[in-house]
Design a protein around this ligand. Structure first.
Ligand code: HEM
Length: 415
């Protein structure tokens, strides 16, 4: 594969279904590569990915989404008021120190180990409810029926909102992820996202007012400034943070769950091992994180002209750290495209690295573990229909299945 072929591949469905050879070719030939088709510097070398993530002076998290919006005409931008306003407000994942330090400290209140631990029981109940709906039916689409609804129900519950509200949450998160993940900014998606943001803002203001009067000790409640709190999140920051939770916590966790289930159901030996010893679920989730790498790439903006692995990067350039490539590096992981939970080395980039390392990692892991644990409780065989082939969502950033059909068969025999 030549570099030109690799570059052309980024825009194709084949690349979505199997990005690994392209990334490995780039890592070998040009680990820091300027892609004319994406207008981005694509960083695929494992060490260099780590370098980009560690260097917040040279590589900023602020403004890349705004930069995408600025590619629309001024007339179009004028129709995106809510989106522009939101993206102009620094938020935990789209900010640099010192703002990031302040925002991360405030947001960390909502992710205390106590909140995550306390949630395990009701998360298991949510999974049981979802599974009850389909296991009696004899078949399911594990994306539609399980991996997609669960994370958004979890976020709604952490916000102190009823499950009925999740439809709006789902729409906001999907539109945001679509906007961020289209190779070239798409005005139609931006416009839809803008409309949803207007609706979500008024919804959230009402919810925040209720929680301010009656705090419930949950995630959203803990982020609302208390009286006398002079440095709490402003209303704009609180709104943007909530939207980030949706886009960062919904489709990512769904992708981890559906990708890991795909691996388990494709090679049933893994399921048998788990049935015999459930303590291995942790290793399975770790390998799922590496193998799927739900967030395939993260974006930074070069703050100044600089050099990276011998390439001159002009100030203002978009620099993409490809986590997927670092996680499928053949030197770090033997036979990297194969799902092997028994790997000794699990250190991987799925949650990023450095100051922006995922704050919801424990929550995402907990959801995936609970789902696997609950599936193992099902007393029949679970099979993917013969002839079915995986289809991946149309995003260059998110690696997630569009569907995962299964049928529930005969009682599982002795393993
Ligand atoms: C398996 C599921 C998940 C994956 C694979 C994942 C992945 C990531 C990655 C790669 C980053 C780093 C972004 C960067 O460096 O620019 C990140 C940051 C973040 N994630 Fe997650 N995430 C997951 C689940 C969640 C959940 C459940 C939440 C919350 C509800 C969440 C909230 C966040 C936030 C707020 C940040 C920004 C942290 C900061 O900038 O300091 N994530 N996530």
């Amino acid at each position: 594969m030549t570099l030109a072929q690799a570059d052309a591949a980024f825009l194709t469905a084949e690349f979505r279904s199997d990005p690994w050879p392209t990334y490995r070719e780039l890592a070998r030939e040009s680990p820091v590569y300027f892609s004319p088709s994406l207008n981005q510097w694509i960083v695929t070398g494992r060490e260099t990915v780590a370098e980009v993530l560690a260097d917040t002076d040279r590589f900023s998290n602020y403004g890349w989404e705004l930069a995408r919006i600025r590619r629309f005409s001024e007339r179009d931008q004028a129709r995106l008021g809510a989106l522009v306003h939101m993206c102009s407000t620094p938020v935990i994942v789209f900010s640099d120190p010192p703002e990031h330090t302040r925002l991360r400290n405030l947001v960390s209140r909502g992710f205390s180990p106590r909140i995550v631990d306390r949630s395990r029981e009701w998360m298991a109940d949510l999974v049981a409810d979802l599974m009850q709906d389909f296991s009696a039916r004899g078949s399911a689409d594990l994306v539609r029926d399980l991996s997609n609804p669960l994370p958004v129900q979890v976020i709604a519950r952490l916000f102190g909102a009823p499950t009925e509200d999740t439809e709006l949450y789902k729409q906001v998160s999907t539109a945001r992820v679509q906007f961020q993940g289209s190779p070239v900014p798409d005005f139609g998606i931006a416009l839809k996202l803008n409309e949803l943001l207007v609706e979500f803002r008024s919804y959230l203001e009402a919810l925040v007012a209720r929680l301010a009067a009656n705090p419930d000790g949950g995630l959203l409640s803990s982020l609302i400034p208390r009286s006398g709190d002079t440095d709490g999140l402003t209303p704009d920051e609180l709104f943007h943070t909530c939207v980030v939770f949706l886009s960062a916590g919904h489709e990512t966790t769904s992708a981890l769950i559906n990708g890991t289930l795909l691996a388990l159901l494709t090679d049933k030996r893994n399921l048998s091992i788990l049935r015999a010893d459930r303590s291995k679920i942790t290793a399975v989730v770790n390998e799922g994180l590496r193998w799927v790498t739900p967030v395939q790439r993260v974006l930074r903006i070069a703050t100044r002209d600089c050099e990276l692995s011998g390439q001159r990067i002009p100030a203002g350039s978009q620099v993409v750290a490809v986590l997927a490539s670092a996680n499928h590096d053949a030197e770090a992981f033997s036979d990297p495209d194969t799902f092997r939970p028994e790997r000794e080395r699990h250190a991987n980039f799925a949650f990023g690295q450095g100051i922006h390392t995922c704050i919801g990692a424990a929550l995402g892991r907990a959801e995936a573990s609970i789902v696997i644990d609950s599936l193992l409780d099902i007393d029949t065989d679970i099979t993917i229909p013969p002839g079915w082939t995986p289809q991946w969502v149309d995003s260059i950033s998110l690696r997630s299945l569009t569907e995962l059909p299964v049928v529930f068969g005969h009682p599982a025999g002795p393993q």
